[in-house]
Design a protein around this ligand. Structure first.
Ligand code: ADP
Ligand code: MG
Length: 382
């Protein structure tokens, strides 16, 4: 593939959320023009793009225009209909492919892919009808029932202890296809971002250690100082295996559980840059968003290097409601007085509890120092 050189090409992205916004910012810094397709008039990425096509993901005119105006196309939204990517691929270079995105959109298909790739995942069973529900092995309980499709940030999940609770939960989820996973004793959660080019070159970012609150990512720390080096290598090797086994092209994030008995199992993956990779904007010499640009344009994929120890704090809309009354802007001036604090806000007009408004990266020479400044930031934010 002849690379689409910076300064002379236009890149398209399906989806206009914060991931698309940071993609556009990275592409702009390399001199590319950007077109965003998103149905929302007020999308964070549409606001910074050279052109915003305000259209549905299945609108054939919108897709044709995106293909006409762009030299290569990617996605920032995991639930974009795979058929939209396949349609575009008939007209332009698209990465990742609709086929790979489709694997990530369905937990049952995703788990089958992990098994095919030879990477262990949680013991689980697929439930699509009452016969499968009745046949569930009680050894999977207590477990977590997850909808196969459209779940994110802990949504579409119910914890169940007994067969009775399982039946009630499946009814509550609307009897849609689900995966029941055994509830595992977690020691830590990790993620690895790999980037693979159309020529098969593959590189990875360092292992990230993640803390979730209420199913939503709250904190990412890199390096993962508490995690044994051999386990980190195993996570990287497994992540590469998962990407290679599906011929993936682009940025792929794979989440892992580290169990209390020391075993590593894969949880899920996202076919795009990931919230747990936002620290790369300030902690690495190349960000996950620049790597997304490089992968889709055929530019060289250099192995990313961590240049500063980093802690990323997710900034949810809840922070705007700390005073108890109406929304109040957090004290950004105090936060930015901390050395190594890098604030990224996504330009969303309205703060709502649970809504991802931005993130704060804290960088320092040592992991301990990054943690200390993150603790100070957290204290200011309340
Ligand atoms: P989402 O798509 O919402 O991110 P996940 O499957 O990653 O869904 O689940 C969200 C969080 O719930 C995980 O990061 C983890 O903290 C917890 N969790 C999910 N599955 C399990 C499991 N099988 N055992 C223990 N904890 C789990
Ligand atoms: Mg997850």
């Amino acid at each position: 593939m002849t690379p689409l050189l910076p300064g002379s090409a236009t890149l398209g992205v399906l989806g206009g959320g914060q991931l698309g916004r940071m993609f556009v910012q990275a592409a702009h810094s390399l001199g590319y023009r950007c077109v965003v397709l998103d149905p929302d008039k007020a999308s964070p990425a549409g606001a910074v793009a050279d052109q915003h096509l305000c259209a549905d993901y299945l609108d054939s005119f919108g897709l044709a225009q995106l293909a006409r105006d762009c030299d290569a196309i990617t996605t920032e939204f995991e639930n974009v209909p795979a058929i939209a990517l396949e349609t575009l691929a008939g007209m332009r270079f698209v990465a990742p492919s609709g086929e790979c995105v489709a694997v990530c959109q369905d937990r049952a298909v995703e788990k089958a892919h992990f098994e095919k790739a030879g990477v262990a995942c949680a013991p689980h069973a697929v439930i699509t009808n009452e016969i499968e529900l009745a046949a569930i092995d009680p050894a999977l309980l207590p477990g977590i029932l997850k909808t196969s499709r459209m779940g994110y940030d802990g949504k579409g999940q119910v914890r169940v202890r007994t067969p009775g609770e399982l039946t009630a939960a499946w009814q509550r989820l609307g009897q849609v296809p689900c995966v029941l996973e055994q509830l595992l004793p977690l020691a830590a959660e990790l993620s690895v971002i790999v980037v693979r080019g159309a020529d098969g070159a593959i590189v990875n970012f360092p292992v990230q250690q993640n803390l979730h609150r209420d199913g939503i990512l709250a904190v990412t720390e890199v390096p993962a100082i508490g995690v044994d080096a051999a386990l980190q290598q195993q996570a990287v090797a497994s992540a590469r295996q998962v990407a290679e086994a599906m011929g993936y092209v682009g940025v792929l994030c794979i989440e892992f559980f580290l169990l209390q008995d020391g075993r590593l199992v894969v949880n899920e993956m996202a076919p795009r840059p990931h919230n747990s990779g936002h620290y790369t904007l300030d902690g690495c010499d190349v960000s996950q968003f620049e790597m997304q640009v490089r992968a889709m344009t055929g530019l060289p994929l250099v192995p990313p290097r961590l240049v500063q120890a980093s802690v990323m704090l997710n900034l949810l809309g809840d922070l705007w409601f700390r005073g108890g009354e109406g929304p109040q802007t957090p004290d950004w001036a105090a936060v930015l007085a901390l050395p190594g604090a890098h604030l990224h806000l996504y330009g969303k007009a309205e703060a709502r509890p649970g809504r991802k408004m931005g993130h704060l990266n804290l960088t320092a020479d040592t992991p301990e120092a990054a943690r200390a400044v993150a603790a100070q930031a957290a204290a200011i934010l309340g």
